[in-house]
Design a protein around this ligand. Structure first.
Ligand code: NAD
Ligand code: UFG
Length: 342
């Protein structure tokens, strides 16, 4: 049997990926310390797939506990490593937490891969490694720019650690997926994004404002060098993103001769400004979002969107879901959460 170990599997992207893995016939074991998620997510996954995934409450910084998971599940063939702390602002305030968690976990995973002879890794990276690219859309060959936050730096350093580890041990191979901006939820509204406290990210803030939890969305900057002055990103539906992980796993498992680390941009290829995506949301949801323009947010890049051609060609994968559809799922999820609170 092919079992996939998914660290951070009760988190936002992890839970959607577990659904796609199970729907593709894989057995899964989730490892999560529940620092940013809860076991309720397991019920959400089960309601979609009909099967509750195996779950181990383990901190990836605890190597012995992680080694015990490998012993308990000797059929693990690949690891998808999502587990990380991901709040950019918090990483500036607590850099050592971010370096310790994000890099400590990667070191343990890589060491155990060698020790347990599990050679296949899919790693969650980010388009943050490109900083503000000189050329858009950005390809995988674009230079990695100095990070603007400790969080961003952990992704750059983790990519380098993985590159060196894979070079040194030819039993290991890795696919590093550089996500652009994942948004939305599963169409069932049984799982979705559960931000802790006040959301940092745009779409959860938009849906929480629309439903009345937040008073007003702050649009960070209208003086960028973009057509409407607000910053541009490449928003990708989380389910499309999740499906790319299944393909990445199949690519690793399917070709025993594949070597080294491959990097893929996971985006749509389309950039949307903050004001544009707000307008699409208002039309799709049929609600107004109270907003005000404020100063730029420190550390934000002006514009970035992917050239996904390499991922499209090599992985045979494409993110085709429209902005309207992805935002509709984000709104359905927010409404489902509101219904649960009543
Ligand atoms: P998330 O916070 O929803 O999920 C991460 C999960 O990892 C959580 O369930 C958390 O409890 C768990 N976790 C954290 N540290 C752990 C540890 N030491 N041991 C075990 N579990 C631990 O975040 P997400 O949005 O699903 O992000 C998943 C991955 O994708 C992260 O590596 C993140 O950096 C990366 N990423 C996310 C985005 C985004 O916008 N969401 C963009 C680019 C990259
Ligand atoms: N924005 C607002 N108001 C808000 C929140 C965001 O105007 O309340 C703007 C931001 O300034 C930015 C855009 O909306 O222009 C998107 O912001 P997000 O915080 O949603 O996303 P980022 O592009 O800043 O960063 C996200 C993740 C990072 C990851 C990066 C690239 O938070 O972890 O995508 O993958 F590194």
């Amino acid at each position: 049997m092919n079992r996939i170990l998914v660290t951070g599997g009760t988190g936002y992207i992890g839970s959607h990926t577990v659904v796609e893995l199970q729907n593709s016939g894989y057995e899964v074991v989730i490892v999560d310390n529940l620092s940013n998620s809860s076991t309720d997510v397991l019920d959400g996954i089960a309601s979609i797939t009909g099967k509750k995934p195996a779950f181990e409450k383990v901190d990836c910084r605890d190597k012995q506990a992680l080694a015990d998971v490998f012993k308990k599940y000797p059929d693990v063939k690949a690891i998808i490593h999502f587990a990380a702390s991901k709040a950019v602002g918090e990483s500036v305030e607590k850099p050592l937490l971010y370096y310790g968690n994000n890099l400590g976990s990667v070191l343990n995973i890589l060491e155990l891969m060698g020790e347990q002879n599990v050679g296949n890794l899919v790693f969650s990276s980010s388009c943050t490694v490109y900083g503000q690219p000189d050329i858009l859309p950005v390809t995988e060959d674009a230079p990695v720019k100095p990070a603007t936050s400790p969080y961003g730096n952990t992704k750059q350093i983790a990519e380098e650690i993985i590159r060196d580890a894979v070079y040194a041990d030819n039993r290991l191979k890795c696919i590093a997926l550089r996500y652009f901006n994942p948004v939305g939820a599963h169409p069932s509204a049984a799982i979705g994004e559960l931000p802790n406290g006040v959301p940092n990210n745009l779409i959860p803030f938009v849906t929480q404002t629309a439903i009345g939890i937040r008073e007003c969305l702050r649009v960070f900057g209208d003086d960028y060098d973009t057509p409407d002055g607000s910053a541009i990103r490449d928003y990708i539906w989380v389910v499309d993103l999740a499906k790319a992980h299944v393909i990445a796993v199949e690519r690793l498992l399917g070709n025993k001769n594949r070597k080294g680390v491959e990097f893929f941009n996971l985006g749509t290829g389309k950039g949307l400004s903050v004001l544009e995506i707000l307008n699409v949301f208002e039309k799709t949801a049929g609600v107004k979002v109270n907003r005000k323009i404020v100063a730029r947010r420190e550390g934000d890049v002006e514009k970035v969107w992917a050239d996904p051609a390499f991922a499209n060609k090599e992985l045979g994968w494409k993110a085709e879901t429209s902005t309207e559809e992805m935002l509709a799922t984000a709104w359905a999820w927010e409404k489902a959460l509101a219904a649960k609170r009543k």
